[in-house]
Design a protein around this ligand. Sequence first.
Ligand code: PLP
Length: 570
Amino acid sequence: METCKHYIQDQRIAYFSMEIGLRAEIPTYSGGLGILAGDTIKSAADLNIPLVAVTLLYRKGYFKQEFDQQGWQQERDIQWYPSHHMQLLPSKSLISIENRDVKIQAWLYKVKSPTGGEVPILFLDTDIPGNDDQDRTLTDHLYGGDQDMRLKQEIILGIGGVRILRALNFSIKKYHMNEGHASLLTIELLNSSRVPLEHILVEHNAWNILQVTEQCVFTTHTPVEAGHDRFPYDLVEKIMPPEIPIPLLKELTGQDNLNMTMLALKLSKYINGVAKRHGEISQNLFPGFKIHAITNGIHPFTWCSPFFVNLFNKYLPGWANEPELLVRSSAIPDAEIWEAHCGAKALFFQYVAEKTGTVLNPELLTIGFARRAATYKRGDLIFSNLERLLEIGSGKLQFVFGGKSHPKDDEGKKVIQRIIQHIEKLRGKIDLVYLENYNMEVAGQFIPGVDLWLNNPIRPLEASGTSGMKAALNGVPNFSVLDGWWIEGHIEGVTGWAIGPPAAETDQEVGRADEDLEDMYQKLEKTIIPLYYSDRAGWIEVMKDAIGKNAYYFNTHVMMRRYVTEAYIH
Ligand SMILES: *Cc1c(COP(=O)(O)O)cnc(C)c1O
């Protein structure tokens, strides 16, 4: 294949992800999982790690978010043109879905680094003339349809992805499954090994199971049992290609449902969670397996605002490909840190004014909260006691919110609606805006443009979280519940502030909202607001430590070096 020729000389790591977020114009992601995948690939390119990524194309994207008069989320299809960004490859693969032949094609996107490194991404697509109409829309929407659609997409990703890599002559050293969505790739690898399948069934430790396991790496992202993909076998039998042995699937993952996580666990040599705490939680969920932990990161250059790019270039040259240099953040003069921050804040406030008509006051302590509007993230927690919040924050605080709810998640939409309804109630006392359509482009201005980054999920549901790392990189301290990465990044009063009790005491915790809320109000009132207004030098010290003690470490360069040494080369 002409266009892939220079990618197939070396053995590569095949990185499979249901979503990949590279930039806002390519709307093939919904949130943290996809952006992590994109950042992973970008760091791999920077570090010259031989990797090829596989995902689906999603011609209509995830969705564009708008609000109606009542603050209720509306979803619109996104129009975008794959051919503006990527190149259609001529080879196709064939797969049988629901007993129909479905052709799959791949679009090649090249992630190129200034270091000269380059990582190809294959975006799989079934919108091909000759495919049945219902199959041409299979790759239209990310997380769009019902279970039936989800299983078909996972067949395309896992089985189709392996076949496309073969058709293009890629030579693969390891298959890395970013979450369980891709785990059917294991069964395709098994299926193509040469020993007849009856032998696998008879002898569980068959040579080919070991062969496949040797090649597979699995990263789990979901800290609750109920969050893992499961498909009933009647659905599986109806949809799965006939060459995939259902009895083997049952033997591997249980007789009741096809449990995608179990499949990945059973057939991976290296398994990890995405933060230390999440590793422990996963170890408890899956006692029969050894679960490691590699804490997530963010791609430094992607998430650094131009103001801080300039500053870091001046004082810490080389930081973008060696983010460890950020450990020397104290070398940057206070005045220049503050000036860079005010630049990012002013630019963001201008954006807010254009989008919402609300002119925020640059002098006020501004708290940001934006992420997927899933209920466990408790976006409206801080408004639980309005009287108290007004007492503490009237004339001193303002808020910017953002984030999409999954189209089927009415509870998440209600959270957004409640936040929007507070705008009127607080007007004139605490300004508050909810930005529409939070995506990578909005996030890139939003996160560096506030003073404090708030996160208050229900423990232990935030497996890692990454937006707080983006904040730290831009000198925005975190104010967060001790969950996910923040357990590792938090030093009280140094890198930011904790909300609620330490992690060790809070294993299974629902209904601790009151405790978290009280602590949040107390810290705002007694510590954070006074520091911001009365001790600017002290505040800037925290900003510098967010950079020097968080951002230098919580990035995908550090993370990828760990995947290479701990998961890929063995
Ligand atoms: C970073 C990012 C996320 C992930 O945020 P979390 O706080 O880790 O949940 C989600 N959406 C967008 C657009 C992001 O940039």
